[in-house]
Design a protein around this ligand. Structure first.
Ligand SMILES: Nc1ncnc2c1ncn2[C@@H]1O[C@H](COP(=O)(O)OP(=O)(O)OP(=O)(O)O)[C@@H](O)[C@H]1O
Length: 587
């Protein structure tokens, strides 16, 4: 009790996370309020919940823009559950789907479904369910046939069922919710979303909500993300009817703002157009958790790997329980580093002849990316959540929405590209007023990326790398300051040598080569402004190879690189040339 009070007080100090109101004062039914307290342990609403819940209850279309980890999920689920639980006569499975929650990734799908499951504990007649890529279609069809009242889905699989599962009943659909709306579009699901909205009769002007319903209600669509930008504008225009914009309290922005009509140039239709004015400009400030400490580390390319391992070792040895998420740009890079970090042994301060080697990092290590089998993805996701001390290596598949408790540090080893992705990656820590750290790796040639982040009000301080490197003992050597750059630091040199010997093994080398090729490919895929910062031509490929602990630079015209380049072209053609750095949806 005392601890809980302390936590709320700290959060209030740290960025005003919680509201002084109660769930019942927001208009939620007492049964649901009890559920929130008993099943989820929520004593009172967060600020975004206090702002959003009454508006959503009122039936308005809403666009919610609030920082990561501020409780957006319950902000939209609670009003839906409230209305459905009070519906008379009681809804039944045979009435089909009433609410649809669209999410960009499978893990987020599972997470939202789990929360929903807890919320519905007392309302057994409201059935939660999910459909998503990687699951067995036939089983999903059977569940849809029986009826799912609130359905959480990834767009591709949902569209598949809308087209091919005739028993999927959605004539009573009342809510469509886009969680992480901008990401759904960034992943190239724009066409699917348009098709879904058409099939559901939920384009803005389809006021009757498509096919006739026995229930008397209007469609209500909701869009949510911590970063709303022009991409969302299109979706908002397409799906929202006179929406209300809800953001975190901010002196510059009223808490609830009606959308402003767009200028006359865009108004050749009868209805006024609406734009995401508060966050639509490219240089708008993003809202980051106030208690997050953000740092960058400037490392020459050839020392990146040794520095990464050193920082990880430092963090895990400093704290008895440390939970870290480490981001990479490609699945191959995750696989290589996962093998390396799980197996690499090093004993720099043992005497000559010592046979005793130790694992370099003594922490539980997990990986998560889109090329893994679904069963492994699910196991990792569920296990990492419950671990007290562990390291997760991941692509951006973990960047959005995932709520891993007690993550203390985010390391972005490969840069995130757009500032929005930076915001979501670091948002996996410092959630709901908890403290958190983030470290962004940059090469000296990439340092202008800091200016790009500053344009969005995000500023970082430098990580004390030398101090950390100097803290490692080396057998028979003192760290005498004779070196001129990090890559000549005695600890880094010793570690690099050991890493190269490790990677030379026949089972590791192919992984390193694949990772190298995919990394270069990802680097060349930066678009727009970022192409000026991440200039592939400026890369020293020999040094890039060193960062994968390869003694020699693999050929980029060989089989692996060539195959990947062809695959990218194929994917882009299939998607009609997506204008983003993404080369496929499997991140
Ligand atoms: N009212 C509340 N009281 C206590 N904890 C809460 C409350 N609302 C949400 N939480 C917890 O806060 C954490 C963050 O919530 P949630 O995942 O919904 O955030 P989010 O705003 O959707 O974040 P993101 O933008 O990263 O998706 C979760 O662990 C959730 O259980």
């Amino acid at each position: 009790m005392v601890a809980a009070k302390k936590k709320s007080a700290k959060a209030a100090e740290d960025g005003d996370i919680f509201s002084a109101s109660t769930f019942s004062s927001l208009g939620l039914h007492s049964n649901l309020c009890d559920q929130l307290q008993e099943r989820l342990g929520f004593k009172g609403p967060t600020l975004v919940q206090a702002q959003a819940i009454p508006v959503i209850l009122s039936g308005r279309h809403v666009l919610v823009n609030a920082a990561t980890g501020t409780g957006k999920t319950v902000a939209y689920l609670a009003p839906v559950v409230h209305h459905l639980s009070l519906q008379q006569p009681r809804i039944q499975r045979s009435d089909g789907t009433f609410a649809l929650v669209l999410v960009p990734t499978r893990e987020l799908c599972l997470q939202v479904h789990e929360i929903l499951h807890k919320l519905l504990h007392r309302f057994h007649w409201i059935v939660p369910g999910y459909v998503m890529g990687g699951e067995k279609r036939e089983k999903e069809k059977a569940r849809l046939r029986k009826g799912i009242s609130i359905l959480v889905a990834t767009p591709g699989r949902l569209l598949d069922h809308l087209k091919h599962t005739s028993s999927f009943s959605h004539t009573n659909l009342r809510w469509i919710i886009f969680d992480e709306a901008d990401r759904i579009l960034e992943l190239g699901f724009g066409k699917e979303i348009e098709e879904i909205l058409d099939l559901l009769g939920s384009r803005k002007h389809a006021k009757d909500g498509g096919a006739s319903s026995k229930f008397e209600f209007q469609r209500q669509n909701l869009l949510l993300s911590a970063t709303l930008n022009e991409k969302v504008n299109h979706l908002a225009k397409m799906s929202l009817e006179k929406p209300v914009l809800i953001g975190m309290p901010d002196k510059k922005m009223p808490s609830i703002t009606k959308f402003e009509p767009l200028g006359s140039s865009d108004s050749d239709t009868e209805e006024p157009q609406y734009s995401v004015k508060a966050t639509g400009s490219t240089n708008e400030d993003y809202k980051l958790p106030a208690q997050l400490t953000q740092r960058y580390v400037k490392v020459p390319c050839n020392a990146r790997l040794a520095v990464l391992l050193s920082i990880l070792k430092h963090l895990f040895e400093r704290e008895t329980s440390e939970k870290i998420v480490l981001f990479f740009s490609t699945c191959d890079a995750v696989d290589f580093h996962y093998s390396l970090l799980s197996e690499f042994q090093f004993k720099p301060n043992s005497g000559p002849g010592s046979e005793l080697k130790q694992k370099f990092l003594r922490c539980k290590t997990f990986r998560l990316h889109g090329n893994m089998e679904q069963v492994d993805r699910r196991t990792t996701f569920e296990t990492f959540k419950t671990e007290k001390s562990a390291l997760l290596l991941s692509t951006d598949v973990s960047a959005r929405g995932l709520d891993f408790p007690k993550v203390r540090c985010i390391i972005q080893y490969d840069s995130p590209g757009e500032a929005t992705e930076y915001v979501h990656r670091v948002g996996r820590t410092a959630r709901l007023g908890e403290r958190g750290d983030s470290i962004l790796f940059l090469q000296p040639i990439e340092i202008d990326y800091l200016k790009e982040l500053e344009k969005h009000g995000v500023s970082l301080v430098e990580y004390p790398l030398l101090k950390v490197l100097d803290s490692f003992p080396l057998y028979g050597q003192q760290h005498v300051r004779k070196f001129v750059s990090i890559d000549a630091h005695p600890w880094v040199l010793a570690l690099q040598k050991a890493l190269e010997a490790f990677t030379d093994q026949p089972n590791i080398k192919p992984l390193a080569k694949n990772a190298f090729c995919s990394w270069v490919r990802a680097y060349t895929a930066h678009r727009g402004e970022l192409k000026r910062i991440f200039v592939a031509k400026k890369l020293h490929l020999g040094h890039v190879a060193k960062s994968f602990a390869l003694k020699e630079q693999p050929s980029l015209v060989g089989g692996s690189f060539h195959k990947q380049a062809q695959k990218r072209k194929r994917d882009e053609r299939q998607k009609g040339g997506m204008k983003k750095r993404k080369f496929n949806r499997k991140t």
